[in-house]
Design a protein around this ligand. Sequence first.
Ligand code: C2O
Ligand code: CU
Length: 470
Amino acid sequence: MFAAALLAAALSSLQPAGWDRDLKLAEAVDLNPDPHIVEINLDARVAHVEIAPGIGADAWTYDGGIPGPLIRVHVGDRLIVHFTNHLPQPTTVHWHGVRVPIQMDGVPDVSQPAVPTGGTFTYDFVVPDAGLYWYHPHVMSAAQVGFGLYGALLVEDPDEQVGVADETVLVLSDIGIDEHGKLEPPDSGGSTGMAFGREGNYQLVNGRLRPRLAVRSGAPQRWRIVNAARSRFFQLDLDGQTITRIGGDGGLIEHPLALQTLVLAPGERADVILAPRGAPGSEFSVVSFLFNRGYGSTEFRMADSLFTLAFDEAPAYAGPPLPVTHRVIQAISTVGATAVNIDFTLVQRADHNFEYGINGVPFATGHPVTAMPGETQVWTITNKTKWSHPFHLHGFFVQVLDENGQPVHPLEWKDTVNVPLEQTVRLVVRYDDRAGSWMFHCHILDHADGGLMGMVDVGVSPVDHSEHAH
Ligand code: C2O
Ligand code: CU
């Protein structure tokens, strides 16, 4: 009784009323009365969006907004999405990080035919793991994501107690809009633009330019963050105030990590708790520091304010310390694992255009990695290029190993892992029985389209994937 009362007290809001109104995401409407089924409509269409008063463009959107609607489900729920494509181009929806059956993975010609203009497709799968995931197209990904097609999928576990009532989902991205309100062409800068990875000129938080969050000094809040940018890394900094990371791509991590800055590569997620402090009535900028992801990423550029924390007039909150989250995660055993060695490469072809590849071969001509259901593989990925590449594997979580092949703590389930320029990263993955051809690629989507992409055939006889467009 007493414990329950304490818990209830701990879980009432500590923030000013409407604290996240300025950046709150629209939510998808569940049309199904069954408490274990979330059934929604999702419509991709061109729509005029404003990122700030007077700044906008005809963007590519899900349901008319950037980002698309937040989809909220409980772990174990069945999610049914009636998708319609009203874009001028074929598209698909990929459920980034979710362990779906291959038929629901959204890869054109592997999982499904691309959905043509005016066409529909129903995605229907069970959501097996709690955490923050996201959805985006897998056709012309760099262009379509760059134009605004992305949204968050929050899979909640009602039994998960982190002791913080105030929670908000932050979709970080960017968009290129010129002074006439036109979207930046997807091929701007040609092959050099591709080699770098195109970044938009406006950084967005939930589709807004520098929105504000009304907060009470010292009061804890939980941010569920996804980096949905096509190429940009974010490096969040609150003037050195502690950011406690409790979760990552695939839900809670083994134990919390106290950070000064939080780096998110494209595709990555973080679950963090903060209790920012500031003088009542003052304002504070959350800045994204430039992150060195390779040549051209920090030179002659300025760090930008992402959003503003506006402290209300209430005196600083002083509450009891928060519970420390723990999650038991089993390290995947590497005993008997198959070794897979991959190099990320960049060459300049005879026509002077740049071309990324896996082991020197671009996706279109590459051979798949093969695996059996139940097999464990240790991937050693060496980045031989001058730019960092966030490696993303579809369908399965990986764990990161250190240079001696030992698990890195805190243990966590990842689907997107940055491979820094000219460095090597080791990962372990255990496939289950979801047979199929699963993609892996750099989540700088220009790099993926530029060749940095491959396939893992799990339990299927090798086939020629060369016709499969991204
Ligand atoms: Cu979020 Cu194939 O990617
Ligand atoms: Cu890359």
